[in-house]
Design a protein around this ligand. Structure first.
Ligand code: NOJ
Length: 768
């Protein structure tokens, strides 16, 4: 890496060494010594992860037979288990009654909170505030670790550009730069500065490969993408997570161009481990080693075991292939023995890093568990993150905020308004519906004296029962204003919940049509797990808030925004299409030889029946105030390899209430050896401004952030002009400029994994 201070670059990609403070010589020696003592069966046992229950019935499989397996050293880890006390029993057997006393790893999908459920990940991504996301992950780790857990299968950092894919709800949306920054934030939050502390847990960057690129948006389906797209779009969040010290990775279920990631040696062993230097644990997804047979790349279970081990998959989640069939693979191919030892060592190191050899019972303090779960300050954070997640899609004529003091009767309409379970979304860990403050309850609590809150369900979001619509319309007619809550029931997004038609479900849309037909003031609150194709609603509803599924504090957060206690400042992390047929859809596409032209007499890259633009673009989100941008300054015209360029702009709150603006920096390389996207995010900052206040936001870029994955598979920075665009969304650019890269260079870091340093300086104070 010529001419560039490597330490500075490593710092900018959030690089920390794996297992901070714990991969020291003594523990490494202890793991090695242990390995020497292990029988083949004991080694295989370390690679086995068993289900101690089901995701919705934790611990349900922990019977005497399981204790016996642990005693015999046949298990390395359990998933779908929880609880300081029940897991203490299991851990005690492992450390006190098994021959070598190796502790177990307890794992669970703690994806957006453990008991205090935060907004679903796509909602948290809408905050565009990594600090908030890190804080939420920290709370999740504090709670989960108090309940006996060492390991979460999160964050999911798969880029998702096709909202038919139900798992878009679990990630950070369509953009690799935003995705990489939020991946780092979550790894930091879960793991803290020291994994051996009792309140930190191992994070899992998943699902390594290109899981989000499943063809047709069908979960588990093949991905068939170019090598360039793989490296420039799908892999950078994984690179960022690895460098941030993620203690584990999970391989994706699906294949890329015929190679399932669980058997992809080039991707996992060569790229991840050898080139990126990743030393953590790689676990398969559920039964994914066994599924190599169904993929058609392994003739039998022993071949599947061999392929996965060669790819450097260390742990077999549930499939029992390593447990039952790796032995025969080792007999056929003695070269695998070395790989087996490496895998065992990586798992032992993880246990060391967690402090499990020295303090195996530190995660089993029942009093700590009691104190920590749903602690008041955890709820408080859940409320503030929920507020920050809300995106104001439309606000015609300033319908919002509603002035509660001017209303006598407010109708809250829609069954999702009283559905606590739906607010928890996919992966609710130990979240409980009865602990959710529903949207209806949020309004009831927030209503000032004299304001009546009346509720009607209207239509059932789970089916086509619309029998309640007439009563709902009657209520709307009798009220001064209505909050209409519609969208997707929680079970329409998440794993294996892909939809071909991503419109608003029929019963919900019918309810909206009838309610809006009254002509009374209506505010639409959307609750859903994916960008929706909703052209009718976008045209006819005067005000729309995207609230996704906001967790335990959904109601208070939404009431805060609707009543104007806070101004919404969230931004879309993925575009909303005009029609299901318009996906995949993303802002960072390449230009074509024939750019879309609305004139249908010309043959261009457009649809005949509608514009190719999104309904709501990436980065979009309105506010109750307005912001103006001025004085864009780029501090140098030409940038050499070892230099940086600073791009600064002044943002002023030009309205009359305080609000948050997300300042977004996009770049474009207009001429290169391969076509470059029309624009790419390379920096963002959410700032809070009081009325009249102005802040100068400065982004510092280095040329490596403009590298492309070249025709020769090298990260190449090419000389020439770079266009700069700063604005309020990908479709609302307020200032433009350019600089020039003066010299070619070769980099070794995915461009979007490098963080842009941002500084903010107040240049005018507000009048508040
Ligand atoms: C399958 C999912 O793909 C993965 O994300 C999850 O962590 C495992 N099941 C375990 O629940």
């Amino acid at each position: 890496m010529a001419n560039f201070p490597r330490a500075a670059l490593m710092a900018s990609i959030g690089c920390v060494s794996l297992f901070v403070g714990h991969a020291d010589a003594q523990t490494a020696w202890r793991a090695e010594t242990l390995l020497q003592k292990m029988t083949l069966e004991e080694k295989l046992g370390q690679l086995v992860q068993r289900a101690g229950g089901r995701s919705k019935a934790l611990n349900s499989r922990l019977d005497d037979a399981e204790l016996e397996r642990v005693r015999a050293g046949q298990v390395g880890s359990y998933l779908h288990v929880a609880g300081a006390e029940p897991l203490a029993k299991l851990q005690k057997v492992a450390v006190e009654e098994s021959r070598l006393g190796i502790p177990l790893l307890f794992a669970m999908d703690v994806v957006h909170g453990y008991r205090t459920i935060f907004p679903v990940p796509v909602a948290m991504a809408s905050t565009w505030r990594p600090e908030s996301i890190e804080a939420a992950a920290r709370v999740a780790a504090v709670e989960a670790s108090s309940a006996g857990l060492h390991w979460t299968f999160a964050p999911m950092i798969d880029i998702a550009r096709d909202p038919r894919w139900g798992r878009i709800v679990e990630g950070a949306g369509e953009d690799p730069y935003l995705g990489a920054q939020l991946a780092i934030a979550q790894v930091r939050g879960y793991q803290g500065a020291d994994l051996s502390r009792p309140d930190t847990i191992m994070a899992t960057a998943k699902h390594f490969g290109a899981y989000g690129a499943a063809i047709g948006g069908r979960d588990y389906n093949s991905a068939d993408i170019s090598e360039r797209t793989l490296h420039e779009v799908y892999l950078p969040p994984f690179y960022a997570a690895a460098k941030a010290g993620a203690a584990s990775f999970m391989s994706a279920f699906n294949d890329i161009g015929g190679v399932p990631t669980t058997a992809n040696r080039a991707l996992a062993r060569t790229l991840l481990r050898e080139q990126w230097g990743y030393q953590g644990v790689l676990i398969s997804d559920w039964n994914a080693i066994a599924e190599l047979l169904a993929h058609g790349v392994a003739a039998d279970r022993s071949a599947a075991a061999s392929l996965a081990l060669q790819a450097s998959v260390d742990m077999d989640m549930v499939g029992a292939i390593y447990e039952q069939d790796l032995k025969s693979a080792l007999e056929k191919d003695p070269d695998l023995v070395k790989l087996l030892d490496e895998a065992v060592l990586r798992l032992l190191h993880a246990k060391e890093a967690l402090g499990l050899f020295d303090r195996p019972m530190q995660y089993h303090d029942v009093r700590r568990e009691k104190r920590s779960l749903l602690a008041p300050r955890h709820r408080e954070l859940a409320r503030s993150v929920a507020r920050e997640s809300i995106v104001l899609l439309k606000n015609e004529g300033g319908v919002l905020p509603l002035r509660a003091e001017n209303l006598r009767k407010l109708a809250v309409v829609g069954a999702l308004a009283s559905d606590g379970l739906s607010m928890l979304g996919s992966w609710r860990a130990q979240g409980r519906a009865e602990e959710v403050v529903t949207i209806l309850q949020g309004f009831e609590r927030a209503a000032p004296k004299g304001l009546e809150i009346a509720y009607a369900a209207g239509a059932d979001p789970r089916n086509d029962d619309t029998s309640g619509i007439a009563a709902a319309v009657e209520l709307v007619e009798s009220a001064d204003a209505t909050v209409l809550v519609i969208g997707e029931h929680f079970d329409l997004s998440g794993e294996a919940r892909s939809r071909a038609d991503i419109g608003i479900p029929a019963s919900q849309l019918e309810l909206a049509r009838e309610v809006l037909a009254t002509g009374k003031p209506v505010v639409v609150v959307l609750a859903n797990g994916r960008p929706l194709a909703m052209p009718w609603l976008a045209e006819h509803a005067p005000a729309i808030l995207e609230t996704w599924m906001l967790g335990v504090e959904a109601g208070p957060a939404i009431a805060d925004v609707v009543f104007g206690k806070v101004s919404p400042g969230g931004r879309l992390p993925a575009a909303f299409p005009r029609a299901s047929g318009a996906v995949p859809l993303f802002y960072a596409g390449n230009p074509t030889g024939r750019p879309a032209d609305p004139d249908l007499s010309k043959d261009t890259a457009r649809y005949m029946d509608q514009p190719i633009t999104p309904l709501f673009p990436f980065g979009h989100g309105l506010s109750y105030t307005t912001f103006d941008y001025s004085n864009l300054d780029i501090d140098r015209e030409r940038v050499a390899a070892d230099e940086e360029v600073t791009i600064a702009v002044t943002v002023r709150n030009s309205g009359s209430v305080a609000g948050d603006e997300v300042v977004q920096l996009y770049v474009r390389d207009p001429v290169a050896s391969v076509a470059r996207p029309v624009m790419e995010l390379r920096g963002f900052k959410r700032v809070t401004l009081s009325p009249g206040e102005a802040q100068r936001v400065s982004f510092r870029l280095n040329p490596r952030q403009l590298a492309l994955f070249g025709l020769d598979r090298q990260w190449r920075v090419e000389p020439g002009r770079i266009d700069v665009m700063i604005g309020s969304s990908s479709a609302d650019i307020r200032a433009t400029g350019a600089f020039e890269i003066s010299k070619a260079l070769v980099s070794d870091v995915p461009a979007t994994a490098i963080a842009t340093a941002v500084t903010v300086e107040r240049v005018a104070s507000g009048h508040e």
